[in-house]
Ligand binder design. Structure first.
Ligand code: GMT
Length: 381
């Protein structure tokens, strides 16, 4: 098949999944055309059958806000026409599903079917804003195929956007367990924790929904019980608040702000524990990647995270906001080598058995086939 993929190129789970999917599909012999306004952050190196079509978002003095949605619609339209795409797959509904729908309308009966993958805040936060809800619902319903990355997200879409449940297929996110593994990457342990401390890690885009100040507070408690260092990977609006919390708690010496890293597998391979105390998390890709590296996860039982992290087996999920419980669970794990070993092995096993890329990429492949067959037969979604 010739498959078009649109995603945000910036640091984040939806772009990471879309890129891994495109690479996986190309490895399976498909031709993949990324349509994005920059090179997706995990798309590096030359790969056979993978193409990038950059969306030009031109500035003009009249526009205070350049019309990205229209530029993307034009780019999807042109790519679909020129490359004769068989299917168009957009990641994150806003505004990608709308742009793709416009492109379909422009192609007037000769358009590839559209698959939209819902990732998280497109449904749970941004799309719920009263000014966005109607247009988000419209664009989701106009997609011939709809997937959600967890059952939690499907339920939220059904409840909050009145999308019929049977129209949404749950396809979980996935991880390349050959790349994300403890023994795989060069070991940075000596640099990150030169005193042999435990390494506690958090990877995110530092938005309020990630509750980074809770990460800091949980770590401050862990550090009182076990010699440990906190490695923070990523960047975003909450970074300065997090840095202030670190200063207030007087733990600067044990907290490393590394900023954004594309090769996050190299860092996760050193993690002894991963913290994800998010307000809501439709899936928690970073937690899955940590698990693939054998790191147990401690976080809040919010959103779809319980579908990814087996509680009491590969990590501990406590009620949202229960900083003291999370601290106790994390410190207990790090202080008990036998339990840590058991949880780490279960984490890796879960990633390999349930979320391995080689299992999930073919699910998308057959989903595309069924959406195409329905479209060709003129069956309405
Ligand atoms: O929806 C977002 O916040 C953006 C998105 C991203 O690009 O980082 O994150 C969501 O999609 C990821 C990939 O499917 C999921 O692993 C994250 O859990 C999800 N984020 C939230 O639900 C907050």
């Amino acid at each position: 098949m010739k498959i078009g993929i649109t995603c945000y190129p910036t640091y984040g789970g939806s772009g990471a999944v879309a890129t891994a999917l495109g690479i996986g599909l190309a490895e399976r012999g498909h031709e993949v055309h990324f349509v994005s306004y920059a090179q997706p952050f995990r798309l590096s190196g030359f790969r056979e059958r993978v193409y990038l079509h950059e969306v030009k978002v031109d500035r003009y003095p009249l526009f205070e806000h350049p019309p990205y949605m229209l530029s993307l619609a034009a780019a999807i339209h042109d790519t679909a026409l020129r490359e004769e795409l068989d299917v168009m797959h957009v990641h994150y509904a806003i505004p990608h599903a709308m742009s793709a729908w416009i492109a379909q309308e422009m192609l007037d009966g000769d358009a590839p079917p559209l698959v939209t993958t819902l990732h998280g805040t497109d449904v749970t936060l941004v799309g719920l804003d009263p000014s966005f809800r109607a247009i988000t619902r419209f664009s989701i319903l106009r997609s011939q195929g709809i997937t959600a990355v967890s059952s939690f997200l499907r339920e939220a879409t059904v409840r909050d956007f009145e999308v019929p449940e049977e129209r949404i297929r749950v396809v979980p996110n996935f991880v390349d367990t050959a790349l994300f593994r403890r023994e795989g990457a060069p070991c940075h342990r000596q640099v990150l924790a030169p005193g042999g401390e435990k390494i506690v890690m958090h990877v995110s885009n530092f938005r309020p929904v990630k509750r980074v100040p809770d990460v800091i507070r949980i770590f401050a408690g862990i550090r009182k019980a076990v010699p440990a260092r906190l490695v923070l990977v990523g960047d975003g609006p909450e970074r300065s608040r997090a840095a202030a919390a670190v200063r207030e708690l007087g733990i600067e010496d044990d907290v490393l702000f590394l900023g954004k890293h594309a090769a996050v597998h190299e860092l996760l391979a050193c993690a002894d524990l991963f913290l994800m105390p998010s307000e809501s998390e439709s899936f928690g890709l970073a937690a899955l990647e940590a698990m693939a590296c054998g790191a147990p996860v401690v976080g809040y039982a919010a959103g779809g995270l319980p579908e990814v992290v087996p509680h009491g087996e590969a990590g501990w999920l406590v009620p949202r906001g229960a900083v003291a419980d999370a601290t106790e669970a994390a410190a207990g794990l790090l202080a008990d080598p036998a339990q840590w070993q058991r949880f780490g092995e279960a984490a890796r096993r879960t990633a390999v058995e349930r979320f391995e890329a080689k299992q999930v990429v073919p699910i998308y492949e057959s989903y595309y086939e069924s959406v195409r067959a329905d479209a060709e037969a003129g069956r309405k979604p």
